[in-house]
Design a protein around this ligand. Sequence first.
Ligand code: ADP
Ligand code: MG
Length: 606
Amino acid sequence: MNEKGNISINTENILPIIKKWLYSDKDIFLREVVSNAIDAITKHKKVASLGESAKPERYRVDVKVNKKDKTITVSDNGIGMTFEEVKQYINQIAFSGAIDFFEKYKDKTDAQDQIIGHFGLGFYSVFMVSDFVEIQTRSFVESEKPVYWKSDGASGYEMSEGSRQTHGTDVILHINSDKENKDLVNVWKMREILEKYCRFLPVEIYLSEDGEKKDDKQEEKPVNNTSPLWLKDAKECTDEQYKEFYREVFHDFKEPLFWIHLKMDYPVNLRGILYFPKLTNEYNTLEGKIQLYCNQVYVADNIKEVIPEFLLLLKGVIDCPDLPLNVSRSFLQNDGYSGKIAGHISKKVSDKLKQLYKDDAEQYSKYWDDINIFVKYGCLKEEKFYDKVKDCIIYKDIYGKYHTLDQYKKAVEDKKQKDKIYYVTDMQKQAQYINMFKEHELNAVILDNILDSHFISFIESKNQGTSFMGIDSGIKDVLGEDSKTEGFDDVKKFFEDLLKEKNVAVEIQSLKASDVSAVITANEYENRMKSMQTMYGMDLPSTNTLVLNIQNPVVKKLAAIEDEQKKKDVAIYVYQLAMLAAGKLEKEDMTDFLRRNNEMLNKTAD
Ligand code: ADP
Ligand code: MG
């Protein structure tokens, strides 16, 4: 039964291209071989259940590393293959699969198309890392002889009678000597890849090194967990199990806030667990990770075609067994597959949020600092999501209390805040304004994350009569005490002339805080433009207004200063202090400010 043959299609040109293409993700070869082994076992389970073959004591996949021979062997005790099957499935299907794959995608070099790197190559992917590959296989059909197969993936194959004694298959990869494969023939490297792609496969996988002395007393431990938590019924899972699973999968030792166990049978089959993570600090707010599995085989993280984008801020696992293996982006988009999943998940998420808010609003507000960016992102991305969760969007005020929009409006109704909702974008930089608001027993909400400027406009568009204003834009409206400002016209004019080139307007007000000589107020419209511009990396100058406080002794004295230079020095100082307090003192103004201070310090030290 010896046979030599050419692989039916011309593979010489294909291999190098595929190799190069999948270069960054060539580790998938192991996933492909191991999942074929699992498939073969699943098939054997089936024939065994039909009584056509005896069930082995235990189904298992073995990955063996041989450093001396530079081989990696993957063995299974599955269905095995006959001579004809090897010809058909390996020589024709596996190889033509690679050609199809290549034909389909050869023009798409877009990095975003990397999803295809995750499917479709199958068995052929072994040639990305091997000089040649051998197969020893034996079919469960007892009358069939074992088969040996060998190929370098390019020049052809040879087949003869094999040596395997029991049903199943060994795939022996002779790893090539490419520099980047140097570490491949290593138990730790194999473990790393298996943990990434095969961690939750349904058959036990054992990893060992050839020639390693087996310690009989030590129990063999599989590298994978064959029954991941998402497959269990939510009712059977404890909080501790959810947390444990979270640690195991994400290596995040901060406990998740809460989670949602997903289960859908129709129209799409889906299982999964979504976690709301605790943010590490206020800056890394966008660091989610959703692992996508297909029948417990890891596919990839954060695949936008399958998982609605706004969920990518969460952490979780989603298993979609129906995901077609030869998946392509256009399929996913046209099929509405993603839409169906998105709809289901977004409903589950909004239900959970509503339930949490209803059950315990106080506990919910404790979560808010961590989850608000997610909720807002969801609202901005999906109107439907907003409609569902709008009653559980809350706002934290400068006193640390949480309100819904309506509650907040009621609370400030009788205050002198008119119809505006004042907001803080930076607790530190705007501390001066916040203090002034507090002195006047006024309130403002904190909206300080990167999505908030968009979110504010969104909420305004959704709620007629609601308008937000930055705390630094509103200070004079709110605090102005209509007292007489006459007698200060000259001072105002003096400042105007002095600051003409700096694009700063000047106003006179009477503020309660008499120790403050002046405050900078910003233009709300410009502020919003600016936060957008910063997002797009632009930086345009803004107009500020300097509000002079006539209750302040320095401002009072200014009018009386006769020495022109002295008057100028004091006025500049007043301006710079106000800019400093607003967090806006920059560049040459900052340099000038420091110089003046050093001069003064020098005088003080005399
Ligand atoms: P796919 O798994 O998508 O069918 P592959 O290229 O991975 O494509 O494999 C081609 C075929 O080779 C499989 O469908 C299967 O029939 C056969 N095969 C591969 N590995 C094994 C194995 N370990 N045991 C039995 N059959 C196998
Ligand atoms: Mg396969």
